[in-house]
Design a protein around this ligand. Sequence first.
Ligand SMILES: NC(=O)c1ccc[n+]([C@@H]2O[C@H](COP(=O)([O-])OP(=O)(O)OC[C@H]3O[C@@H](n4cnc5c(N)ncnc54)[C@H](OP(=O)(O)O)[C@@H]3O)[C@@H](O)[C@H]2O)c1
Length: 245
Amino acid sequence: MSMFSLAGKTALVTGANTGIGQAIAVGLAQAGATVVCAGRRSCDETVAMIEKDGGTASSVLVDFADPMAGQGLFDTPVDILINNAGIIRRNDAVDFTEGDWDAVMDVNLKALFFTTQAFAKAVLARGGQGRVVNIASLLSFQGGIRVPSYTASKHGVAGLTKLLANEWAAKGINVNAVAPGYIETNNTEALRADADRNAAILDRIPAGRWGRAEDIAGAAVYLCTPASAYVHGAILNVDGGWLAR
Ligand SMILES: NC(=O)c1ccc[n+]([C@@H]2O[C@H](COP(=O)([O-])OP(=O)(O)OC[C@H]3O[C@@H](n4cnc5c(N)ncnc54)[C@H](OP(=O)(O)O)[C@@H]3O)[C@@H](O)[C@H]2O)c1
């Protein structure tokens, strides 16, 4: 079997209806995984894309505004969890509200932790092996601007990736993360609409272009395959060279 094959594996991707999550779901299916597409709204488009490709997928509704909403997701066996669902709220730090703090922390960090905990409990209970890939950010390393809860949450995602890797590496669960650079999705619509910010960002990216959701999929798939069996607690930057600069 190829060291890049996911045949026989089941993967669950959160926020799989659009953007990076959709691209990862399609990539995992192309590698042979059966994919459960989880979203707060219908993932029918993603399921159709996978089935058109000859893959197998299903969908499930889950809203992480309730951070414990993922508890029932692993009643049937899942081998791979992609924690992709995330939101961002933009405002000056002096004006930032408790509501914008809590909303982002609940989805990006608290739901990620407790969903991953539920996944690991299920994997460990059946004596299986698991993979977790968290979607981090450049703001897991840098401060950003006007996005305090997002930056705090993504620094938290980086920390949890390492903590969970430390606890579970010897138990058969690999925990890693991908840190996307600036990717053309709904998440970055406001930045791309602002001509000055857009130009400043583009000017700093060595690759000279915004990333596409598909650019993230390969890295996430790699972190789920036998090829990355000895990779634990890594945060793989996929940023067109941004952090190298
Ligand atoms: N785009 C970038 O440049 C970039 C850079 C670094 C990291 N990221 C991270 O990449 C991940 C995916 O973002 P994206 O860029 O693909 O943006 P996106 O298109 O906005 O996708 C975010 C996904 O998360 C889902 N989601 C949000 N709140 C949810 C909730 N309460 N319950 C369940 N699902 C929820 C969204 O569902 P809806 O469609 O219903 O909103 C959507 O499927 C996020 O964690 C983001 O922080 C993105």
